[in-house]
Design a protein around this ligand. Structure first.
Ligand code: FES
Length: 155
């Protein structure tokens, strides 16, 4: 039987130390990950919690100062219907989920918010379906108007 070579012993020691170091790193990294809390991912198009406060004296909300103005913010399209009325509708089309941003895929014609994907149309005041293929209306959020500020109540 061959005597173990000194270099073999050194290699073995090097490997074992390496494994010990690696094991330590794995232990440290797993304890770091276990300390993390996962938060639910929300699409930028989904309404986020909390009310939206929109000052119509500042851009980009200044379009909401006049009837007919509309802007997409967070997960809603906010539409100024009249001097004393505004609506906030989900900006996700209920047909197949296209974005209804009126400055992009969506458009407003009269009292209709139209989806550019397949032509569904929704009432700008309450989100009800006026024309398919969508069958379900858009979720509507109350909007309070105080002087130059619109507050969309998201809860
Ligand atoms: S996704 Fe809007 S009409 Fe189809």
């Amino acid at each position: 039987m061959k005597e173990p070579d000194l270099r073999d012993a050194e290699r073995r020691k090097f490997i074992l130390e390496g494994l010990g170091l690696t094991g330590g790193l794995v232990l440290v990294s797993s304890s770091l990950f276990s300390a993390c809390e996962f938060t639910e991912f929300k699409s930028p198009n989904e309404p986020v919690g909390g009310n939206l406060v929109l000052d119509t004296t500042t851009s980009p909300y200044s379009v909401l100062a006049q009837p007919g103005g509309a802007v997409a913010v967070a997960g809603v399209v906010v539409i100024r219907i009249s001097p004393d009325q505004a609506s906030a509708l989900s900006r996700i089309c209920t047909h197949q989920g296209c974005d209804l941003d009126p400055n992009d895929n969506g458009s407003i014609v009269g009292d209709r918010l139209r989806c550019g994907c397949h032509g569904s149309e929704f009432n700008t005041g309450n989100g009800e379906v006026l024309k398919g293929p969508a069958r379900v209306g858009l979720k509507s959020y109350p909007v309070e108007i105080r002087e130059n500020v619109l507050t969309v109540i998201m809860e």
